[in-house]
Design a protein around this ligand. Structure first.
Ligand code: BGC
Length: 369
């Protein structure tokens, strides 16, 4: 049930070790000497407009992406138009439409709701614009050309495994009481984070290692509208007061990201519970501090610089009329096509390896001292 990506018919992420090139015209694999026919004929002027449409600022990675895209695209000689869709999907639809009107050559989209932009990306495609899905896949449209991401299903698997590791490390013998949190239901990544984690946790629920005292396991029970911390805090407060008393202690929480992890920890603390093992994602400064203080158990490092640089490298290739580098042609069936992707490796971070993992990250280095 949880064994595959929610949008994918292909079950397994086969991340080819070797970099492959793919022709944009037919999915045909190409070689350096035969880079794919017509696809290389294009290209556009240096100095062209590149649109970047980001969702709401629901976590630090999006805020960081804004400045990295502005600086990186400008340094590479493009005109950057980086915008947030703070009020949601319809604002993002309008933004993309206006980027098309302004003559963007490439539009990079981190979708609020990956299923709500089909008409806009089709218009972009019709206008000869290349569309790159950034971090979140665009669903049910053939008009998306590429996807750049840290595989969300893999992120979920890592979170699920880390939760089990943390419980064994900090909470003694099984069984353990846990609660489940998922992200915002409109985010295309949400089901993949959750399903990836549940592919690891479900067998342990089935064999009695894990118990879920609230009984809340369905997506409509565990999802967090808008990725908002206050929604998690309210839900966890209710769960703790209704299901935990006496010998029933909360041992762990599956949380899909750091913002929600901190909300779960706050709720547990205000209920007077011992610190549960809580997972996260994004390596947000406050969460990394919490990990180093022995509170939040883990996070995931998805280096935003890598994600942005890889997207800009795609733009550079397109500018010269070449095919962008991709390394995955199988995993991301969005319902209309298998989207060629550049897949990056997420890294698990706990107290044990945090300083080592962040050694080259200037922001985390300066915050952690
Ligand atoms: C991103 C996460 C982020 C979440 C909330 C997801 O789509 O992949 O990194 O924590 O959105 O902003």
């Amino acid at each position: 049930m949880f064994g595959r990506r929610s949008w994918a018919k292909a079950a397994v992420a086969a991340v080819a070790a070797a970099t492959m090139m793919l022709s944009a015209c037919g999915g045909r694999e190409a070689t350096e000497t035969d880079p794919g026919g017509e696809a290389t004929a294009g290209g556009f002027e240096t100095g062209s407009l590149i649109g970047v449409s980001l969702p709401q600022k629901t976590s630090e990675n999006w805020v960081l992406a804004e400045s990295l895209f502005n600086d990186g695209l400008t340094e590479a000689g493009y005109e950057a138009d980086v915008q947030f869709a703070n009020s949601g999907a319809s604002e993002q639809q309008n933004q993309i439409q206006s980027m098309i009107t302004k003559g963007a050559k490439v539009i990079i989209v981190g979708a609020v709701d990956g299923s709500q932009l089909g008409a806009q990306v089709q218009q972009a495609k019709d206008a000869g614009i290349t569309v790159i899905a950034y971090d979140r896949l665009l669903l049910n449209t053939a008009a998306v050309d590429y996807y750049v991401a840290f595989d969300p299903y893999k992120v979920g698997e890592l979170q699920g495994q880390a939760l089990l590791d943390g419980l064994a490390e900090r909470k003694g013998e099984a069984p353990y009481n846990i609660e489940l949190i998922a992200g915002s239901p409109d985010d295309a990544n949400t089901a993949n984070f959750f399903n990836g984690a549940m592919s690891v946790l479900q067998p342990k629920i089935d064999d009695g290692t894990l118990e879920i005292p609230s009984g809340q396991v369905a997506m409509d029970q565990v999802a967090t509208q808008g990725w908002k911390a206050e929604n998690v805090q309210r839900r966890m407060d209710t769960i703790l007061s209704g299901n935990y008393s006496g010998d029933t202690t909360l041992d762990g929480v599956l949380s899909p990201n750091d913002t929600l992890a901190r909300a779960a920890l706050t709720s547990a603390a205000s209920a007077g519970a011992d610190t549960p093992v809580v997972t996260g994602q994004d390596s947000e400064v406050e969460s990394v501090k919490s990990i180093l203080d022995g509170e939040q158990y883990m996070t995931i490092y998805k280096d935003t610089r890598e994600l942005v640089n890889q997207s800009i490298a795609m733009v550079d290739a397109l500018q010269t009329g070449a095919e962008p580098e991709i390394n995955d042609t199988e995993s991301y069936d969005n319902g209309a096509k298998v989207v060629p992707a550049y897949n990056l490796e997420p890294v698990v971070v706990t107290e044990a390896n945090a300083r080592e993992v962040y050694a080259d990250d200037p922001i985390l280095q300066s915050e952690l001292g």
